[in-house]
Write a protein that binds this ligand. Structure first.
Ligand code: NAD
Ligand code: MN
Length: 357
């Protein structure tokens, strides 16, 4: 029997609530399938740790994580710590340190959950957004000259490399090729941004030649937001820069009903390091401790983790269980229900144990 070593980093806000839910579902799946077990180690790396010790994670944090098969991450961010400190202190060092360059964000409308778009239901919106996750606008380069002075200048430098763009483009074309519609939309802002973005367009055209069976088109990111709202059926697989895809995928989550149902996987496709799986949402201070955080995004990302580990049957079973529970309208208030996190979790675990799932 296979044992997967999972590093759980629940971190802040509702992170611990949704990670606890996700671990219960993983446990139920392991019991039901009998083919694998999960060996979970929890890390207390968080904003609380930062307030206690001055660092969100220890200096040798990446070394500690290296031995694991996957990382299961909650959310980071606290009301009394600046967001750039929490993001750069925990999540980005893991993504960038382990070169998890492909950030994969599937979106679809679950049965029982309604989209804010009228006349759009399950099946009408079925996208995967591929976000470049290692460079671009989040390269961390820039600075502030004459800080605090009237003549202050702040720069925020986006760095795009041929290697970085080519590998994410290949990943996206390959993913599009594996999906039934074999259709990719490449998003840039290459009218206003003349260098890195024009290079994206050129590299897309080059890489497309390796995938003659994939149809593709190009969009400017501003027009893309309109297309997502007005013509969601026209989209399938989407690739965009670190910043653009960050924004587009929050929109996608909202169009699918709630940020609470949107998952994300930070993948090292070459499997040199562990990949990291997390819900898209943040620590949601407004609902922390109320027991009503939607665990669906975390279940879905647990399914992405199982898929990545090669447990495809368990991944599919988990998704069927989640869809059944959504269709039964056992859901949290953010998607119009009145169930608690634990009630949704219990229903999903029951469904996993059920005969027909
Ligand atoms: P957020 O995602 O935490 O919350 C936005 C809104 O969505 C809130 O109203 C919240 O209640 C709701 N929401 C989010 N997840 C939900 C869930 N599972 N169930 C029900 N409702 C849910 O974003 P924010 O308010 O902009 O940020 C809060 C903190 O989280 C900030 O410190 C921010 O930096 C951080 N953040 C972290 C991550 C991450 O760890 N990956 C991502 C985004 C934001
Ligand atoms: Mn985001």
């Amino acid at each position: 029997m296979k044992t997967y070593r999972i590093a759980a980093i629940p971190a802040d806000g509702i992170g611990p609530e949704v990670i606890a839910a996700g671990l219960q579902a993983l446990e139920a799946l392991a019991r039901r399938d009998g083919g694998f077990t999960v060996d979970v180690t929890e890390f207390d790396w968080s904003s609380d740790r930062y307030k206690r010790t001055g660092a969100l994670m220890p200096e040798d944090g990446l070394d500690q994580l290296k031995a694991f098969d996957a990382i299961f991450f909650g959310a980071v961010g606290a009301p009394d710590v600046p967001d750039h400190i929490t993001l750069w202190g925990l999540r980005l060092p893991i993504c960038q340190g382990f070169d998890q360059y492909a950030n994969v964000r599937p979106t679809k409308i679950m049965p029982g959950i309604s989209s804010p778009l009228s006349n759009v239901g399950p099946g009408d919106l079925d996208w995967v957004i591929v976000r470049e996750n290692s460079e671009g606008e989040y390269s961390g380069h820039g600075g502030r000259a004459h800080k605090g002075m009237p003549e202050e200048v702040g720069t925020e430098v986006a760095i795009f490399t041929r290697v970085g763009v080519t590998r994410i483009m290949r990943y996206a074309f390959r993913l599009a090729q594996a999906r039934p519609r074999k259709f990719l939309t490449v998003v840039t802002k290459s009218n206003a941004q003349r260098f890195g973005m024009v290079m994206w367009d050129e590299i897309a055209a080059e890489v497309s030649k390796e995938f003659p069976d994939v149809t593709w088109d190009k969009m400017l990111v501003d027009a893309m937001t309109v297309r997502m709202v007005k013509d969601p059926r026209s989209l399938d697989t989407i690739v965009a820069t670190n910043l653009h895809a960050d924004i587009l995928s929050d929109l996608a989550g909202a169009l699918a009903g709630s940020l609470g149902v949107a998952p994300t996987a930070n993948i090292d496709p070459e499997r040199r390091y562990p990949s990291m799986f997390e819900p898209i949402h943040g620590s949601a201070f407004d609902i922390t401790g109320k027991g009503i955080a939607n665990p669906v995004a975390t279940f879905w990302t647990a399914a992405q983790m199982l898929e990545h580990l090669g447990e495809t049957a368990a991944a599919a079973r988990l998704m069927r269980a989640v869809e059944k529970v959504c269709a039964d309208r056992v859901m949290t208030p953010d998607v119009g229900g009145d169930a608690t996190t634990q009630q949704v979790t219990d229903a999903v675990c029951d469904a996993i144990r059920g005969e027909n799932i």
